[in-house]
Design a protein around this ligand. Structure first.
Ligand SMILES: Cc1cc2nc3c(=O)[nH]c(=O)nc-3n(C[C@H](O)[C@H](O)[C@H](O)COP(=O)(O)OP(=O)(O)OC[C@H]3O[C@@H](n4cnc5c(N)ncnc54)[C@H](O)[C@@H]3O)c2cc1C
Length: 342
């Protein structure tokens, strides 16, 4: 396997900004993983698994990592009964191509997660989800390479500790496992329409009362396209900020001046406020910070207008956080992972 040096990161992330990887390799066969990790141990450098680079923000340094691009393919039916089909999918497969394929096979469970960029292998990392479905709902197990003892093994769903946009791969065991395949059980039953006003409106307008899987997939693709820029055309990483969780009293105070503010109630004392609402109502929707803009159709997304550096994104992020804090007293946090030298 070829290990390259000083490779431009901009070709490996949907934000198209950042510096260089000290080392970089591509893996298409899990047996090669051992060799890469032995090399990295010898160089005392960390391995960074990379899928589509759609949830990563790089700074502009020569990054002290060995970036390992996941190109492990595979699509195997392991079992089938009257109600379901169990599939093992190579971690480097494109997620949305996979969703398209299973929808056309009449298998449900992932259709509401259509049009999410990236690879199959990255979906367990933050328990990817959209429109009421999460990868944990259909996942049975993942095959992994354990980089501590250099052994291949299987982790059952119960061992992954999936939570909202979180799992052991993102927190407790971050960096320990390279995911080589994901095994899902998908349903042959009639799919359920996602219970979201935008989806209902879409089908009402089309007079569709019992949508098929392909109808649901098309609805999601259309709705998402009206809100999110396609990273192949406009570089971005989707939501740039997490939705902050705050005390209800803070929400009530905002409501006094902004009666249209919305929130999702979490319990008796805490609510989640959409970060996009805060940024928009701080007057920043469509605002330019040099080469970085707040997307004109969705204030939660930052886009690269061409030539933006990692530092440009850091500056824009910090200014947005300050302006929102000054206006609402709430501190936003960045959602995608930042890759930098210590
Ligand atoms: C326009 C847009 C819309 C989006 N919408 C959603 C959405 O609706 N819901 C949602 O949940 N996310 C969404 N995202 C975020 C992103 O697409 C997902 O997090 C996706 O799963 C990332 O996949 P990736 O292959 O690009 O991962 P990368 O960005 O390459 O990596 C993400 C993390 O996973 C790790 N990783 C990647 N592959 C492996 C592997 N094989 N083994 C171990 N670790 C690995 C990386 O090291 C990194 O920590 C969106 C992003 C964009 C740009």
């Amino acid at each position: 396997m070829e290990i390259l040096e000083n490779v431009d990161v901009r070709d490996f992330c949907t934000l198209h900004s950042g510096g260089k990887f000290r080392y970089m390799a591509r893996v298409s066969d899990p047996v090669d993983l051992k060799q890469v990790y032995v090399f990295a141990h010898e160089k005392d450098i960390r391995v960074l698994p990379i899928g589509g680079g759609s949830n990563l923000v790089f700074n502009d340094d020569v990054l002290n990592v060995l970036a390992l691009k996941d190109e492990i393919l595979g699509f195997d039916i392991l079992a089938e009964d009257d109600d379901s089909t169990t599939l093992k999918i190579g971690a480097g497969e494109n997620w949305d191509k996979f969703v398209e394929r299973v929808c056309s096979m009449g298998l449900s469970g992932v259709e509401a997660m259509s049009a999410i960029p990236g690879t199959v292998g990255a979906t367990p990392v933050q328990n990817v989800g959209a429109y009421g479905q999460e990868i944990k709902d259909t996942l049975i197990y993942v095959d992994i390479f354990d980089t501590i003892n250099l052994k291949y093994k299987t982790l059952l769903k119960e061992e992954c500790n999936f939570r909202y946009r979180d799992s052991i791969f993102k927190t407790e065991e971050k960096g320990r496992y390279f995911i080589t395949s994901v095994t899902l059980r998908l349903s042959k039953k009639t799919p359920e329409m996602p219970n979201y006003p935008g989806v209902k409106k879409y089908f009402d307008e089309k007079n569709i009362t019992s949508p098929s899987l392909v109808d649901i997939r098309n609805a999601i693709i259309n709705i998402r396209a009206s809100k999110l820029p396609n990273p192949n055309q406009i570089p971005n990483v989707g939501s740039f900020f997490e939705n902050p969780i705050v005390d209800k009293s803070i929400f009530e105070k905002i409501k006094e001046n902004y009666p249209n503010v919305i929130c999702f109630e979490l319990d008796n004392s805490k609510v989640k406020i959409p970060a996009g609402w805060l940024i928009e109502n701080a007057g920043l929707k469509g605002h330019n910070f040099g080469n970085v803009s707040v997307y004109e159709k969705n204030a939660l997304v930052l886009v690269n207008n061409g030539g933006a550096t990692g530092q440009d994104f850091a500056n824009a992020r910090d200014q947005i956080i300050k302006i929102v804090f000054d206006k609402f007293g709430i501190t936003l946090e960045q959602e995608p992972e930042v890759i930098k030298n210590n």
